[in-house]
Design a protein around this ligand. Structure first.
Ligand code: 6R9
Length: 651
């Protein structure tokens, strides 16, 4: 395999699709040594000690990796003990940086709030004491259901302080989705808020939580933040501000956690109807996100970092909260959307806060492109040093637009590929070491090993497309994969694969320089505006509606959002495919999952295209949704429905 850096030096490669890191960036970067890849390779797994060394351990790990011998399990940093909130707070205050801003919050209505490390530390201690009042103990799971407000970070770190794993549920999810996630984690305490603003209007969150708690089969306690600030009746619930006031000034000693004790639960969409539960560990996860924040996002304490993701998703956990705070940087929390109240909102925030590192999703970049470069012409974005993207493939045009118009051709871009399951970044360029290739993600990070395999699990030569698999353990590996069984089972490809493989579900191709292009999901998972949605989950919500016989959900191509949700719905024989049914489908999906999953297109049909064995052939439906020729329909038991559907979708 050739090496991207040497090619720039020797000019062997086509220069036009490789951009060298700007010298001004390289001069100041955290990781500049080009031999870092080789060193990590030679020292694996001990190389990962560098990641652990970014943290403060109350007891140092005995070793880096216990590979479990003949068993299927692995343990990262065995013997090590630490506390995540101590790493994100106490050590920065103790180092004399208590007055530095930890959180810069930008609210939906244009409000701002700042919390220094000292203030955040104080709130976290008080709330940790409050949680203890509610009898929350180590290993109890606390559910957090809030928009992006500082109290969410306080609650996360307070949970971490007392060793209670948190389970943050995206505030846009429905009562049903919240209840399922609480029950699956046996969580009986939920911290939430009364409501939040959407497009300037107050949206009620508390009644959603009340409904969820009613449908949970055990007693629950709710703690409510007064986000709307109107001191309206908050039910029988405990008030967040009362708990905080009752314990203000108290100190709660951070509970020492073993490296593989759980830090949090998070749910993501998988291929089944049920959301996949992913549990991340304290030592391995925190080392992974701290190291990638250092090496890829190039963060230092003096930096103001803005990752635009909602904290409800993994990107927010890792790169709004844990990575930047572990390194002692300032993290910007943004509650809103890019175009509220005006399309220049992001640029105002960058200018006002002198943001150094900006990390967003291709869906946002495509929207900026559509609005045109003029909408940001009046803003000074010169504080920016590095740009990042995550969540879905970024095409070359959007990449170049980002590079030119946001970065002024002076900021490297890191295109970072990773997943809820990986905890932190896995593929990217190192911004001061590697050349950038617009639209091509980069190489496996030092210490990470990946391969592209065919359906039999055999490694494919460069240039061929197959499934991306991880072939060596990594510190951000979730607990279930560490325990082995699922790790091995996650390869539903073939028995010929050894145990060190995690199948990512993504289609990818490796180039001859080791860079990898990501080509989208292989399974029934859609990526709508960078958010993962399981088609099966949406289908289950639709068929649960009275009068509906069958449903199939596919992704429609969409320039801005990546995919849209296109539902093909077949009503029961005597049910009319009328507008009220369409409304009920929309409402049913909104109730079961949340507004993010509501289909943009609903096509009613008398039947769905099926194979002779009765399998719905989604690829025909996808072709029709996207105005493409569905091709040979001879595999179908009912080829006539394809013609019917084509005419329906054309309408
Ligand atoms: C971090 C996150 C994971 C899925 C992943 C892939 C897609 C993420 C990407 C990317 C192309 C990138 N994805 N980053 N595709 N290029 N740089 O997004 O986690 O919500 O679990 O989604 O997102 O398909 O499998 P998650």
């Amino acid at each position: 395999m050739s090496d991207g850096r040497n090619e720039i030096a020797t000019g062997q490669s086509r220069m036009d699709d490789r951009i060298a890191p700007p010298p001004s960036f390289v001069e100041q970067a955290n990781v500049t040594d080009p031999t870092v890849y080789e060193t990590f390779d030679a020292e694996w797994p001990d190389c990962w000690r560098r990641a652990a060394d970014l943290l403060t351990w109350t007891q140092s790990p005995e070793s880096v990796l216990d590979d479990g011998g003949d068993s299927d399990g692995v343990r990262w940093f065995p013997g090590g003990r630490l506390n995540a909130s101590e790493n994100c707070l106490d050590r920065h205050v103790d180092a004399g940086r208590g007055d530095q801003t930890a959180i810069q919050w930008e609210g939906k209505l244009g409000e701002t709030r700042t919390k220094t490390y000292r203030e955040l530390h104080r709130d976290v201690n008080a709330f940790a004491a409050g949680l203890r009042d509610l009898e929350v103990e180590a290993d109890d799971v606390v559910t957090l259901f809030m928009p992006v407000i500082p109290e969410l970070v306080v609650a996360m770190l307070a949970c971490a302080r007392i060793g209670a794993p948190h389970s943050v549920v995206f505030a846009g999810f429905s009562a049903d989705a919240l209840a399922t996630r609480m029950e699956r984690a046996e969580s009986d305490v939920v911290v939430t808020c009364d409501g939040y603003y959407r497009r300037g209007n107050a949206v009620d969150l508390l009644s959603k939580v009340d409904n969820a708690c009613l449908s949970v089969s055990y007693e629950t306690t709710q703690v409510v933040v007064d986000r709307l600030g109107d001191e309206r009746y908050l039910g029988d619930h405990r008030r967040y501000c009362d708990l905080l006031a009752a314990h203000d000034g108290e100190t709660v000693d951070p509970v020492e956690r073993a490296a593989d004790d759980l830090l949090f639960y998070i749910y993501t969409s998988g291929t089944t109807g049920e959301p996949t539960q992913v549990r991340h560990t304290t030592g391995g996860y925190l080392s992974h996100v701290a190291w990638t924040s250092h090496a890829v996002l190039d963060l230092e304490p003096r930096d103001t970092h803005w990752c635009t993701a909602d904290i409800g998703w993994i990107t927010g956990h890792s790169y709004v909260v844990y990575g930047p705070l572990a390194l002692g940087a300032t993290t910007v929390l943004y509650e809103g959307t890019p175009d509220q109240p005006e399309k220049d909102r992001f640029w105002k925030i960058i200018e006002r806060n002198a943001v150094d590192v900006f990390y967003t999703a291709p869906t946002a970049i495509r929207a900026f492109m559509k609005w045109g470069a003029d909408h940001l012409a009046d803003y000074d974005l010169s504080s920016l040093r590095l740009l990042g993207t995550v969540g879905e493939p970024i095409d070359e045009t959007a990449w170049k637009w980002y590079y030119k118009h946001i970065g002024n051709e002076e900021c490297p871009i890191v295109d970072t590929w990773w997943q809820t399951e990986t905890g932190g970044m896995m593929l990217s360029t190192l911004p001061a070491v590697d050349a950038m290739r617009p639209g091509v993600v980069g190489r496996p990070l030092p210490g990470v090993e990946l391969a592209v395999v065919n359906g039999l699990g055999e490694e494919l030569p460069d240039g061929e497309t197959g499934q991306l698999v991880v072939t060596k353990p990594w510190p951000g590996q979730p607990k279930s994969l560490c325990e082995g069984t699922e790790w091995a089972q996650s390869i539903h490809l073939t028995e010929s694969i050894d145990r060190w493989r995690y199948a990512t579900g993504d289609s990818a191709m490796r180039h001859d320089d080791g860079y990898v292009s990501l080509l989208g999901r292989l399974d029934d998972v859609l990526n709508v505006s960078g958010k993962r949605l399981g088609t099966t989950e949406i289908e289950s919500a639709i068929v649960a509606i009275d009068g509906i016989a069958e449903a199939a959900v596919v992704g429609g191509d969409d320039e801005l959002r990546g995919s849209t949700v296109h539902a093909y719905v077949s009503p029961e024989a005597n049910v009319a495919a009328a507008d009220d049914l369409r409304t009920r489908v929309r409402e049913g999906v909104e109730d079961a999952i949340g507004p993010v999953a509501v289909p943009t297109e609903i096509t009613f049909t008398s039947a769905l295209p099926k194979t002779r064995s009765g399998k719905i052939l989604r690829r025909y439906l996808e072709a029709i949704a996207n105005g493409e020729d569905p091709g040979d329909t001879s595999a179908l038991r009912n080829p006539e429905v394809v013609g019917e559907l084509e005419s329906l979708v054309d309408d």
